[in-house]
Design a protein around this ligand. Structure first.
Ligand SMILES: Cc1cc2nc3c(=O)[nH]c(=O)nc-3n(C[C@H](O)[C@H](O)[C@H](O)COP(=O)(O)OP(=O)(O)OC[C@H]3O[C@@H](n4cnc5c(N)ncnc54)[C@H](O)[C@@H]3O)c2cc1C
Length: 421
């Protein structure tokens, strides 16, 4: 069976891997000239199994109100006369209900645990373990307010019931785990350490895996923008229409998988398959390490500022913030300045700030943070693996492996609210 994977971000490339291994004939179509040039390009780098709680949780509306109008706040809403934005926000508020948030957390946790197992297996089988600045030193979640540290300790107990290990640490213990935190020690209230978590460069991983797949017979069509899907009278996808430098082509397909990040919604709307995905913009800076002794090797999450930091070889990646502003990818210099200021305060001397490369990307976010995985409701050979929001790197291998199981008609090894069921 010829399967078209639409999109070559981290989700599309891992989907191609698992489908290829499952015996499908796979082609990948991508508008950019290489894999992972959009949201998977310069994200926070964390494989963060220890953070399955979605942004939509019972405290989120209050936190958002507190941040409103504050310069440098992690969340910024730019209201538009746009029904999609307001619908998404209404959905987000609904997902903040305690029982919904608990259900979503459990689904994400199960998928994240499975995903880490699959990632470890994949990188050995594909021979790419050394290709993406991977580090398995865990993630340290840092708290700078005693009250929020206490609340997080309680949450750690609840996450343990879902199979997630988080060790509470005093400020001094945090600095033992990651000596580069010495400068932050006086203000640090404590931390939660997830020893099993990892970090690595998503873009390098995607490109290395794409190369392995191409060498093994998977067809890649870069520079090809997907314009529409042609449907038969029986409501099956029969062709994918692409536009490229040489003109237009209709590519025949037995099945297709949507892995288009924030852009799948626009392709599916004319087919009557609405996707609950909205672009949630985030920023990162990537800078060369200036003084290795000051640059952490353990990946960090500053819970007070919602900023993450990962060591990628001789570079440090710092990422965070969320803006609801449609597909706007403009870089706000104030956001970049705020990240540089974070680096200077928390990790003085760690990076060469003059050479920091700014970046912005659009997280394909569902209101509840749960990705959309499964079969489309009205087109039985059209599949979805998208909407991974804040956790696309963490969940990629697990999502792709369960999708491949579904497409083979097998029962996936994870309890999950699959789409279309
Ligand atoms: C600031 C920031 C920090 C983050 N940090 C982390 C983190 O630490 N850990 C984590 O797990 N996740 C993190 N994420 C989330 C993660 O990066 C995303 O969830 C993930 O990259 C989404 O991957 P994707 O493949 O679904 O989308 P994308 O990477 O956007 O891939 C979609 C692909 O589809 C292609 N495409 C779109 N439309 C068309 C078309 N019409 N024709 C052809 N091709 C098309 C695009 O070019 C693109 O290559 C972060 C995100 C941001 C923004």
């Amino acid at each position: 069976m010829n399967v078209m994977v639409l999109g070559a971000g981290i989700t599309g490339i891992t989907t191609a891997w698992f489908l290829h291994r499952a015996g499908f004939h796979v082609s990948v179509i991508e508008r950019q000239s290489h894999a992972a040039q959009e949201t998977s390009f310069a994200n926070g780098g964390q494989i963060s199994v220890s953070h399955p709680e979605p942004w939509a949780n019972p405290s989120a509306p209050f936190v958002a109100l507190r941040w409103m109008g504050r310069t440098g706040a992690p969340l910024r809403l730019r209201p538009r006369l746009d029904a999609k934005q307001w619908q998404w926000m209404a959905g987000f508020l609904r997902e903040c209900l305690p029982w919904r948030s608990r259900r979503n957390t459990a689904a994400i946790a199960a998928l994240a645990i499975h995903s880490l197992t699959e990632l470890r297996r994949l990188r050995e089988e594909a021979g790419i373990a050394d290709a993406y600045d991977a580090r398995g030193r865990g993630i340290l979640h840092l708290f700078f307010e005693a009250a929020s540290f206490e609340r997080a300790r309680d949450r750690a107990g609840e996450l343990a019931a879902l199979g997630i290990e988080l060790r509470p640490c005093s400020a001094a213990q945090c600095a033992e785990i990651e000596p580069a935190l010495a400068a932050s020690l006086p203000r640090l209230a404590g931390g939660l350490y997830a020893p099993g978590d990892e970090s690595g460069d998503t873009m390098r991983f995607s490109q290395a895996l794409a190369q392995v797949l191409a060498a093994d017979g998977v067809r890649f069509l870069y520079g090809a923008s997907i314009e529409c899907l042609r449907i038969s009278d029986e409501r099956r996808i029969i062709e994918v229409e692409v536009c490229h430098a040489g003109g237009r082509d209709m590519l025949p397909a037995d099945a297709a998988v949507i892995c288009l990040g924030s852009h799948g919604r626009r392709l599916l709307r004319p087919l009557g398959e609405p996707l609950p995905i909205y672009p949630l913009k985030g920023y990162s800076i990537t800078a060369p390490v200036r003084d290795a002794a000051c640059a952490p090797l353990v990946s960090l999450t500053d819970e007070s500022r919602r900023i993450v930091c990962s060591r990628l070889g001789e570079r440090l990646r710092i990422a965070g913030t969320a803006e609801l502003n449609d597909y706007c990818l403009e870089i706000d210099p104030a956001r970049i300045a705020s990240m540089l200021e974070w680096a200077e305060t928390r990790l003085p001397g760690a990076i060469d700030r003059e050479r920091a490369a700014p970046w912005a990307g659009l997280r394909p976010a569902t209101p509840g943070g749960v990705p959309v995985i499964g079969r489309c409701r009205h087109h039985e050979n059209l599949w979805l693996n998208t909407g991974h929001g804040t956790l696309g790197w963490t969940l990629a291998c697990g999502s792709a492996s369960v999708l491949a199981a579904l497409m083979r008609g097998e029962k996936p090894p994870v309890e999950f609210p699959f789409w279309g069921r």
